[in-house]
Design a protein around this ligand. Structure first.
Ligand code: HPA
Length: 290
């Protein structure tokens, strides 16, 4: 396989060449990358219509998503309104459980970052199961920290990429100042939980015993994504926001078995809350770079 840097540059060059033809405003670079989680494709409707879109299939080296609830398109445009911040949206992600190594999992993010000429902010959204029993299905949880339980490490993929080599500090992956801003925006109208996300490799849901163990470890939610992407962004010095939509109570909390369909339905039902929160964050009045 080609080195990650080369894959990213070739993919970004292809997107850029089409974007320049399609978008008269392409000289104005986006500053923010948003990655949508399962069934959160509705977020793409927040991008001003007529914006540039490209299917992952047309982008060299881009892994294709084959999971229900993940569309696989890259969109560049203003979020919420023509005055909203300009973003690259990755509508669909790839996962370790689809057989992708961590570098390939973060490749769409790296391509989007390249299109920004170095993003200022990365927003990762996902669907998650609640380990914390005080959470309810449909809640939004701001990620304050994560436990990487995928059994893999992005920065162990040394090649000549940007990700190997040194011991990376992970103390402030999820930028505290942005968590404060989001809590302020959410205020009283939009209850926001805050907690620790644990990334499992999947694709099976966890066992009840694993969920009990996670609770002892301090986890509030579990999912199958985000940890490598957030690590990549942090490694590149980019501010990170992580938001989980609580799609279900994790295994063993309730009697019913878990299904992917339930996750998709409950996540889609809560997506409008996430859209509202992000529209406010990305409106012209909020200034970036806290
Ligand atoms: N476990 C892991 N991933 C998930 C879950 C869950 O309960 N819900 C949504 N994604």
């Amino acid at each position: 396989m080609l080195p990650i840097k080369q894959r990213v540059q070739e993919a970004a060059a292809e997107v850029r060449s089409r974007w320049l033809l399609a978008d008269a405003e392409a000289s104005r670079l986006p500053e923010i990358v948003i990655t949508t989680g399962s069934a959160l494709g509705e977020l793409v409707n927040q991008i001003v219509p007529g914006s540039f879109e490209m299917s992952y299939n047309g982008i060299p080296h881009m892994p294709s998503t084959r999971v229900d609830g993940h569309a696989g398109q890259l969109v560049i445009g203003h979020f919420g309104s023509p005055e909203g911040k300009k973003v690259v949206m990755l509508d669909g992600r790839v996962h370790g459980y689809e057989g992708h190594d961590p570098l390939t999992q973060v490749l769409p993010f790296l391509v989007a970052n390249e299109l920004c000429g170095g993003a200022r902010l990365a927003i990762f959204t996902n669907a998650a199961g609640a380990v914390n029993e005080s959470f309810a299905v449909g809640d939004l949880m701001l990620i304050k920290d994560h436990i990487n339980f995928t059994g893999d490490s992005l920065v162990s993929y040394n090649e000549e990429s940007d990700f190997g080599g040194e011991n990376l500090d992970m103390t402030y992956v999820y930028t505290p100042e942005y968590r404060r801003i989001l809590k302020e925006i959410a205020g009283q109208q939009l209850p926001l939980q805050e907690g620790v996300y644990t990334g499992f490799k999947g694709a099976m849901f966890e066992t009840p015993a694993e969920i009990k163990a996670m609770r002892v470890w301090g986890a509030d939610a579990v999912g199958m994504s985000t940890v490598h992407e957030a690590t990549a962004a942090s490694r590149l010095g980019i501010d990170v926001i992580g938001i989980s939509v609580i799609a279900n109570m994790a295994a063993g909390i309730e009697e019913a078995k878990l299904t992917h369909q339930e996750v998709l339905n409950n996540t889609a039902a809560a997506a409008s809350k996430l859209s509202r929160l992000l529209s406010e964050l990305l409106s012209e009045s909020v200034s970036l770079s806290p």
